[in-house]
Ligand binder design. Sequence first.
Ligand code: ADE
Ligand code: ZN
Length: 338
Amino acid sequence: MADLAAFIQGMPKAELHIHIEGSLEPEMMLALARRNGVTLRYASEAALRAAYRFGNLQDFLDLYYEGMSVLRQEQDFYDLAMAYLRRAAGQNVRHAEIFFDPQGHTSRGVAFKIVIDGLWRALEDAERQLGMTTGLILCFLRHLDEADADKTLDHALPWRDRLIGVGLDSSEKGNPPSRFQRVFARARELGLKAVAHAGEEGPPQYVREALDLLRVDRIDHGNRALEDDELTRRLVRERMPLTVCPLSNLRLCGVPSLDVHPLERMLQLGLRATVNSDDPAYFGGYVGENYLAVQQALGLDRAEIVTLARNGFEASFIDDALKRRYLAALDDYGRTAG
Ligand code: ADE
Ligand code: ZN
């Protein structure tokens, strides 16, 4: 339905689950490889895109870490983040909470300062030039150990005020949240919010651990929580936000097709689901394309689309006054848009 596509495009949106390194488009990857003298296994955009066929999360992560190896200088991180923020603003994303993976860079000898200075400068410019609000969430890589995560949190301490929270990402299976209890407790003592990928590929038990042991404020993905009725009821009762990423789930074979994606069921159950892009350069779409894909596959109506957007603003880590402003703008849009 063409009018719903226009409605989605113009709707004020929040994005709460975007890995900035996953917004590295092939064109920029090749340009940065040339600029920094990095040799990739893929010589052209076509060759890169042809490699974007994943059987599971690990297939993707292998390419994702290789791709980010072209990021070396502060300007690279600036260019990466600015390109994402411009695209997001072009889709009427008004607020973005952005993940970054410092260990993917410090492990290659790129200093934490280079990463955070480049990203931060882009966020400041985007706030000024594009009129959006933003936040940074430092993610720990769960395939590494807790001591490495601890060291990463130490690196971040001088820039504590540039962060809104910490997260947990990378290979989920076999790496339960319980391994990161202490570093999350430390981060929460610093006043940081906490989120964690859970139930993307891992079992419902990992979602429970994220809630009970990491004390998260949001669950990233959470799809497999639906396999457990008691856990599902708890998520509804606790109004726990889920940052759902439909095209990611499709491309990583979490669902065989979008018409059986659990998003609609999540809404029917009263779960606080939001729509996000995860790694848009790799999964075929930014947040707008994610909304449109589920709208079409699941036949979502306008009210459901607005509920998803409202959930996004409500689940964000902005202060209440700003939240009310965004929600009022969304309500206005829902009432008056074509
Ligand atoms: N890192 C980047 N994208 C990810 C995803 N979808 N799951 C886990 N770790 C990630
Ligand atoms: Zn993710």
